[in-house]
Unconditional design. Structure first.
Length: 219
């Protein structure tokens, strides 16, 4: 739970820094605040994260993306939000080196992952998945599926704001709005190999600067 709050707090600070601290005029911030409520993040934590964006003496968070190969050629993309990129890249590189991988150059793995925005919303009475998908094609959505009673929308990365605008204007309840990197070439490993890759992934996940990570190993 603490890790979820830390991650959301950084995202809220970055969104408030980029689009202003007023949720009414900042769509990304608006969705993150809704997401924070769903996660039962205390209101004072949200307010503190927004306030942090307006304080001059606070270090800016920079969003940095690192790409590399883990053991057995597994592609891994690591997204971070850090106030000290020098520290973060040194840490991430050391994890790759320690567990039999190597950090690559930025952009070297772009061809292996599709960058998507992913919205989780409540189903709406009287609207079928097919109708919703047909309606949202023009807004950049290319896949719609159902999961545990919720609807998941996948769209092109640049279409985030137009999809969010449509959902809000049409009264859909947005549970979360994330950016994901979806692998288009998966690799299968045996159990022993998977365990070795998992050690690296666990180490990456433990790092406080890491927001998300994605890989192409079949789990």
């Amino acid at each position: 739970m603490a890790r979820v709050f830390t991650k959301l707090g950084k995202q809220i600070t970055i969104a408030a820094k980029e689009g202003g601290p007023d949720a009414d005029t900042n769509p990304r911030l608006r969705v993150l605040i809704q997401q924070a409520k769903k996660e039962n993040m205390p209101k004072e934590n949200v307010e503190r994260a927004i306030k942090k964006a307006t304080q001059k003496d606070v270090e800016d968070y920079k969003e940095m993306v690192y790409e590399g190969y883990g053991p057995f050629g597994i592609a891994i993309v690591v997204e971070t939000a850090t106030d000290n990129p020098t520290r973060t890249v040194a840490n991430i590189r050391s994890y790759f080196n320690r567990y039999g991988g190597s950090l690559g150059t930025t952009g070297s793995l772009q061809f292996l992952f599709d960058h998507k925005c992913v919205f989780k919303i409540s189903a709406k009475e009287g609207i079928s998945l097919e109708d919703l998908e047909f309606e949202l094609i023009d807004y950049g959505v290319d896949e719609v599926e159902e999961e545990d009673g919720d609807i998941i929308l996948y769209g092109d990365f640049p279409s985030y704001s137009s999809i969010q605008k449509y959902l809000e204007e049409n009264g859909f309840e947005i549970h979360s709005a994330e950016f994901e990197r979806i692998p288009n070439d998966m690799k299968e490993l045996d159990e022993e190999q998977k365990a070795q890759v998992q050690k690296l992934l666990e180490k990456i996940e433990e790092d406080e600067d890491v927001q998300n990570f994605f890989h192409n190993m079949i789990e």
